[in-house]
Design a binder for this molecule. Structure first.
Ligand SMILES: [Mg+2]
Length: 218
């Protein structure tokens, strides 16, 4: 069944979160690439931070997240796939059927910052199409597709009857997969006209989002 509704994860799908966050707490890494992330750390940013800063007093969950206030949550940069993903989703289900679905940490400033992020970076038509909450699987239904970088979220969504597309990242089970090729393959399978509509931005070694896609689907 083709999805008729799409839920888009925010952190590390629409934005760049993990690498800039690790740099923010002081890890000596390049926040603009995934090169410094060891896949053996898995989906565990605390483990990554402590591995990257072995000579420091270890971060605890509390000390790590204390470094992030509303301003930080509101200002993570958009992901390389952001614009392409929105256009691809629009082509598949129409913009009225796209929602952002994002889990906050246990801090109201995180939720506030995420709202700010949506208003700041997303097109206006998405400004009232989001849900902030930890129970993503509550949105699962046969025609709903979750696009997320967490194996756990994806598996749970599927277990509750939804469809899910895991975005390959170094911390998930698709860490050896080329992100754009994988995503592009999905949308091509769903939409035979896809190739005519959108050129994927950086499969052939180009690592920037192609400009001029914004108006492709209105
Ligand atoms: Mg995420």
């Amino acid at each position: 069944m083709l999805p008729t509704r799409i839920f888009l994860d925010l952190d590390d799908v629409l934005n760049k979160f993990t690498m800039p966050a690790l740099a923010h707490v002081g890890c000596d890494i390049d926040p603009t690439s995934f090169n410094d992330f060891d896949p053996t750390w898995g989906f565990d940013i605390l483990k990554a931070a402590n591995a990257l800063c072995p000579n420091w007093e270890p971060f605890t969950l509390a000390s790590f997240w204390r470094a992030f206030g509303r301003k930080e949550w509101a200002n993570f940069p958009v992901s390389d796939e952001f614009q392409w993903l929105l256009n691809s989703c629009k082509a598949l289900v129409g913009r009225e059927n796209i929602y952002i679905l994002t889990t906050p940490i246990l801090d109201p400033d995180c939720a506030a910052g995420k709202m700010e992020w949506i208003y700041k970076y997303c097109p206006k038509w998405l400004h009232r199409q989001y849900l902030i909450g930890p129970c993503k699987h509550m949105c699962a239904r046969p025609n709903a597709l979750l696009i997320d970088d967490s194996d756990e979220n994806v598996n749970k969504f599927r277990e509750h009857g939804g469809q899910a597309l895991l975005v390959p990242r170094p911390w998930n089970s698709l860490h050896e997969v080329n992100t754009m090729k994988y995503l592009e393959g999905y949308f091509r399978t769903c939409n035979p006209l896809y190739q005519l509509s959108i050129e994927p931005p950086f499969i052939k070694g180009r690592n920037v989002v192609a400009s001029g896609l914004g108006g492709a689907f209105g």
